[in-house]
Design a protein around this ligand. Structure first.
Ligand code: TYD
Length: 205
């Protein structure tokens, strides 16, 4: 098990199955930072940039991509998210800002491994630094599915049959990084959002 992953101070990531509530928690945390007067941005992967847009088309089923292509697109999108000279996470965190990301490389290990293999996905992502805090919102697959069915259209990774495998890949990914200096918080994502938000905040401060 590797221990020497570089850690980006001030970088916070939320992960979980589709429907686990990562977007809600990322937004609540950003609000909390704002009310505390701390400069903070909240964003997501796939990003809103040009590579992220292509990824969204694949996820929506508009364009087809081989599993390796999709895994590489996510890795390239992440590279830009991290290292873009002006806007990248690394630059901003170095300036002392706090950056929250709704999903990061753990999503690639959880989702792309289904079709491209865990080791292959790891190879594409293992040189990337890790966040200071990783929050994994643990929610049983059935509850996630119920939450998703209340939304309109399911994307390609949102089908019930694969949620269990994705959860298993998440466990494997988290285990892999368990000896790094990243702080890993596995929280009960079935708690009411506000209550969970308070727990998240208590882990950061
Ligand atoms: P999601 O956060 O669910 O966005 P939205 O709520 O707008 O649909 O993310 C979209 C999907 O992208 C989600 O099913 C997980 C998937 N994904 C991957 O497959 N690999 C990755 O590396 C990332 C970051 C996301």
């Amino acid at each position: 098990m590797r221990k020497d992953f570089a850690v980006i101070k001030g970088f916070i990531v939320f992960e979980g199955l589709d429907g686990a509530g990562t977007t809600t928690q990322a937004a609540l945390l950003r609000e909390k930072f704002k009310t505390e007067g701390i400069k903070c941005s909240s964003e997501c992967e796939p990003t809103a940039n040009y590579i992220g847009k292509v990824i969204r088309r694949v996820l929506g089923g508009d364009v087809d991509a081989a599993p390796g292509t999709l895994a590489k697109l996510f890795a390239a999108d992440r590279n830009e998210h991290l290292y873009n000279r002006e806007e990248g996470i690394v630059t901003r965190c170095r300036r002392g800002e706090t950056v929250i990301s709704d999903r990061y490389l753990f999503s690639s290990l959880a989702y792309q491994s289904l079709r491209y293999g865990f080791e292959n996905v790891l190879k594409l992502n293992m040189d990337y630094p890790v966040p200071e805090h990783l929050f994994y919102l643990d929610v049983p697959e059935e509850i996630c599915q119920n939450r998703l069915e209340e939304r309109d259209e399911l994307e390609i990774f949102e089908k019930k049959s694969i949620q269990r495998d994705i959860a298993e890949n998440y466990r494997r990914a988290i285990e892999l990084y368990s000896e790094s200096e990243m702080k890993i918080h596995i929280l009960d994502g079935t708690l009411p959002p506000e209550e969970l938000g308070k727990i998240v905040w208590s882990k950061i401060t």
